[in-house]
Design a protein around this ligand. Structure first.
Ligand SMILES: Nc1ncnc2c1ncn2[C@@H]1O[C@H](COP(=O)(O)OP(=O)(O)OP(=O)(O)O)[C@@H](O)[C@H]1O
Ligand SMILES: [Mg+2]
Length: 184
């Protein structure tokens, strides 16, 4: 769990545009594998199997530290809510004629109702469910993910039905270093 103060500081830096975004050609698969490595311990504690699947040895223009934070936030939620399995996959896709990298973090937990899906990317929102263990998070992890995706000119959304697990989908447009430097 992250302290609320550091979470709020991260968020205000992201929202104010003061966060220093370091777009570099990064080995996308490797950054994800490294983030997952950090989560092996909590997955084991929760008796969750954490699997990964995606292209390797290919660079993508992104901020690797932000990508790492995104994966950590989404996967730690997924592990917390899963019954037994969390799957992280990434692939290249063409969506509306645009080439994107799609990252999916999928769990087999309680899922999220349509109504809650609309609220979850707002600050401090935590869903109260019967039988949830007392978890003292901040309700800011997903807001931070949304800001990280905005800075990458991408998108984040949820695919879920109540009782049937949840998948968080992040789409990164294919960026290039040379046309980003001018914007920064
Ligand atoms: N995979 C998931 N399945 C079901 N509910 C989820 C899932 N991920 C997030 N949620 C719900 O969304 C809420 C907000 O998540 P968020 O990551 O923003 O905050 P948090 O996890 O409560 O706190 P923190 O991220 O600071 O530890 C969670 O409290 C939970 O109710
Ligand atoms: Mg969280």
């Amino acid at each position: 769990m992250h302290g609320i103060v550091s979470r709020l500081l991260d968020l205000s830096r992201l929202e104010s545009g003061k966060a220093k975004v370091e777009f570099v050609e990064s080995d996308f698969g490797q950054v994800i594998q490294e983030s997952v490595q950090d989560l092996k311990g909590i997955a084991e504690q929760n008796q969750t199997t954490l699997s990964t699947k995606g292209f390797q040895n290919q660079t993508v223009c992104c901020d690797p530290l932000m990508l790492r934070q995104l994966v950590t936030n989404l996967a730690s939620n997924a592990i917390r809510f899963s019954n037994s399995d969390v799957a992280i996959c990434w692939d290249k896709k063409s969506i509306d004629d645009q080439e994107v990298i799609e990252l999916r973090v999928k769990d087999d937990g309680p899922g999220i109702s349509q109504e809650d899906q609309k609220r979850l990317f707002n600050k401090f929102v935590q869903i109260k469910r019967k039988g949830d263990a007392a978890y003292k998070g901040t309700g800011l992890g997903l807001v931070i993910c949304k800001e990280i995706m905005k800075l990458h000119h991408g998108d984040i959304f949820i695919e879920s039905k109540e009782g049937q697990g949840a998948t968080f989908v992040c789409r990164f447009p294919q960026l290039h270093e040379d046309n980003l430097t001018q914007e920064q």
